[in-house]
Design a protein around this ligand. Structure first.
Ligand code: RET
Length: 242
């Protein structure tokens, strides 16, 4: 018998709990960079809770056309995708305006995706396309805009940004692909296979992102020698262009 949906959600919970241990450890032990580790711990921690909720069968709603909507999945995405973007924005000290635009687009992607599940036919595909366009705008900002308007604190900060940004853009692009083949889209995947794929993607976009960030944590010292830029945009906030 093929493993049930719950198997994947339980595996997701375990994987993401384990993925939360390193950032929690460093949040406790490295006080100077605590904010960065708290953000990383929240990314995997929130997802672990979401998977625990899903594995208990809580917040599972029937949607039109044999589709199932998992409330916890979308709440998780709504909370953790802005945190992933925040971490990237903080690495290049992009300032709050750029971050606000990224968040606006991000919320649009998730909201359009959720609405597409509860609608059918052309409207559903139209909403999916709207989310897709917003996603392309996010990818553009991450690939061109953020690096262009940022002056990185050091080469190793840039290397960290580059690595994390690349896995983000490439892996996030797979979510709409899964959506197209899922029961909400063309229906070529079963609910079970869709869950397996999403668990896998969530695990790498979150746990691997966090692991790479923790592994390259030495770069954080270059950032935190100067206060974080909460309200400024752009170059004047970058640390003395050394
Ligand atoms: C949807 C459908 C509408 C169009 C697009 C989508 C993209 C979703 C993405 C989700 C990313 C989730 C992550 C979760 C965990 O960390 C909503 C599937 C573009 C990009 C990264």
């Amino acid at each position: 018998m093929a493993p049930a949906v719950e198997t994947w959600t339980v595996l997701g919970t375990i994987g993401l709990v384990l993925g939360t241990v390193p950032p929690v450890w460093y949040a406790i032990t490295d006080r100077g960079n605590r904010l960065y580790y708290v953000i990383l711990a929240a990314i995997t921690g929130i997802a672990a809770v979401a998977y625990a909720v899903m594995s208990l069968g809580i917040g599972v709603i029937d949607a039109p056309g044999e589709t199932t909507f998992y409330i916890a999945r979308y709440v998780d995405w709504l909370l953790t995708t802005p945190l992933l973007l925040l971490y990237l924005a903080m690495l290049c000290k992009s300032g709050s305006q750029t971050y606000a635009v990224l968040i606006g687009l991000d919320v649009l992607v998730i909201a359009a995706g959720a609405a597409a599940i509860f609608t059918t036919g052309l409207l559903s595909w139209g909403l999916f396309a709207l989310g897709g366009v917003a996603f392309v705008a996010i990818a553009y900002l991450l690939v061109y805009w953020l690096p262009k308007q940022s002056s990185f604190a050091s080469d190793r900060v840039y290397a960290q940004f580059f690595k994390l940004r690349n896995i983000t853009v490439v892996l996030w692009a797979l979510y709409p692909v899964v959506w197209v083949f899922s029961p909400a889209g063309l229906g070529w995947l079963t609910l079970n296979t869709e869950m397996m794929t999403i668990v896998y993607l969530d695990f790498i976009t979150k746990a691997a992102f966090v692991a790479i960030a923790v592994n390259g944590r030495a770069a954080l010292d270059d950032l935190t020698t100067v206060e974080l830029t909460a309200g400024t945009d752009g170059v004047e906030s970058a640390i003395g262009a050394d």
